[in-house]
Design a protein around this ligand. Structure first.
Ligand SMILES: [Zn+2]
Length: 473
């Protein structure tokens, strides 16, 4: 099925191996910078496929890269394999049923993300060889997308500097080209230090770090009225200074996530939040320090690559879901409310079709999607290399991101079909770029026009390093 083009046959022959890889990664969910076993699985697959493998990419032990082919342009296909905490769930079961274990789960479908990308890269490797074409294909196994921004560190380390184009995808409810609409984002920890004292006997001697955090949060809440309308700021308390109300809290720590439509809008917001923190410290006679934890850029689109990927999608047609897949998707939709489902349609720019639980079409390139208010570290790659991303239908329409329903569906026959389908889309896009120099040239011209006068500056401060974790014994 859907194998008229040789590249699609080369994807399809790998079906069993890569469904197996995706399922093994699903079975061993590991979170940011702890993806040792998942990275080992991807490394073994790269070796088995005959790629030249570079481990410990950018000094990150859970990042890996494989390259095949000689000379010519370099096509990078990016994958991920990190899981999320609190989303452990039995596969294929349409009711909340946590798996035994530490609660980790693939609630963003990254078990499929890495497998499809490696599958596509492997098919392109064979296609290059069969056709005797000069060119290289690389698979980048990128850790810690969730809250870890590993790709920002990989970009800063120069991992993509000789790459001509980059291709990736993300699991979704629909098949189409992923519009470049993510937000730039940074996470910063603010730590306040005051002075402890007996809160009843000597309150005048205490200086409360917790008061400072509260005042900072109030200050930032007042700032919201005066920010760009699509900026976002959220915070979480990391340390409230202890559990004893009769001790003036000498330390307190709050983590801020600050998001803006584009990097140039993000910088001034960060400076304003820092001023508010300093103001809170001044008011409370405490001191404050801050530490950037991660930072990612907004996505930069690329017209020629998006058009090429859309053409590949239209040649291929929608994912070949069958009746059993629809039945399963119906069961998951039954756990959602109408708003979840209709807003999923509207977010991609299509009128809701309530009778459909699975995608049976290709989202047109001119659909008007709602802007994506999340962030992805693919953004940083897109600022240094012309980049395109697909969305691949791998779950029931309306399934919320980061949910037990998403974990449950990411190891099912319907997820497998969606994964193989999107691998074909990415591989065909890569083959189109390798077959005609003009696509790469047009993609580069589009990239230059978008970055002209607005060059990439890494949002990561120079002194911060990826928070890598040691391999568990
Ligand atoms: Zn994700």
């Amino acid at each position: 099925m859907q194998n008229e083009e040789r590249i699609w046959q080369l994807v399809d022959t790998r079906r069993a191996d890569y469904e197996g890889l995706a399922d093994r990664i699903w079975d061993m969910p590991e979170i940011a910078y702890n993806e040792y076993k998942s990275c080992d699985e991807h490394t073994h697959m790269l070796q088995q496929e005959g790629f030249r493998v570079t481990q410990n990419l950018a000094g990150i032990p859970t990042a890996v890269m494989g390259e095949a082919g000689d000379g010519g342009p370099v096509i990078a296909i990016l994958g991920e394999y990190d899981a999320l905490p609190g989303l452990g769930q039995e596969a294929g079961v349409a009711e909340p049923k946590p798996r035994p274990g530490d609660g980790m789960g693939h609630g963003c479908g990254h078990n499929l993300l890495g497998s499809a990308s490696l599958m596509a890269a492997s098919a392109v490797k064979d296609w290059l060889k069969e056709n005797g074409i000069k060119g290289r294909v690389r698979y980048y196994g990128c850790p810690a997308e969730e809250g870890g921004a590993a790709k920002s560190f990989m970009v800063r380390a120069g991992c993509f500097k000789d790459v001509d184009i980059a291709i990736s995808w993300h699991p979704a409810a629909f098949s189409g080209v992923n519009p470049a609409l993510s937000l730039a984002n940074t996470r910063i920890d603010f730590s306040f230090t005051g002075r402890a004292s007996h809160a009843a006997a000597a309150p005048h001697l205490g200086r409360s770090a917790l008061d400072a955090v509260e005042l900072m949060n109030v200050g930032v809440n007042y700032m919201r009225e005066h920010m760009p309308s699509d900026a976002r700021i959220h915070y979480a308390m990391l340390d409230a200074g202890g559990v004893a109300p009769n001790v003036v809290q000498a330390t307190a720590k709050v983590r801020y996530a600050i998001r803006a439509r584009e990097l140039p809008e993000l910088w001034p917001l960060i400076e304003r939040v820092k001023k508010i923190a300093e103001g809170a410290a001044l008011m409370t006679e405490t001191t404050v320090t801050h530490q950037v934890i991660s930072a990612v850029s907004n996505l930069l689109g690329n017209g020629p690559l998006e058009q090429a990927m859309q053409t590949a999608l239209e040649r291929l047609g929608p994912p070949p879901f069958d009746e059993a897949d629809e039945k399963l998707a119906d069961k998951f939709q039954a756990t959602l409310n109408d708003e979840d489902i209709s807003s999923a349609w509207r977010r991609v720019g299509l009128p809701p079709q309530r009778e459909k639980s699975l995608c049976d079409q290709i989202v047109p390139l001119d659909a008007k999607p709602a802007p994506m208010m999340g962030s992805t570290d693919v953004g940083d790659v897109s600022w240094v290399v012309p980049t395109v991303q697909a969305r691949g239908a791998t779950y029931a329409i309306g399934t919320p991101g980061h949910s037990w329903q998403l974990t449950a569906q990411s190891k099912t026959p319907l997820a497998h079909k969606g994964m193989v389908h999107v691998a074909k889309v990415m591989a065909a896009t890569a083959v189109d770029a390798l077959s005609s120099k003009s696509l790469i040239e047009r993609a580069k011209a589009d990239y230059s026009a978008r970055t002209d006068g607005n060059p990439y500056v890494s949002p990561l401060p120079e002194n911060i390093k990826p928070p890598i974790k040691p391999r568990a014994a």
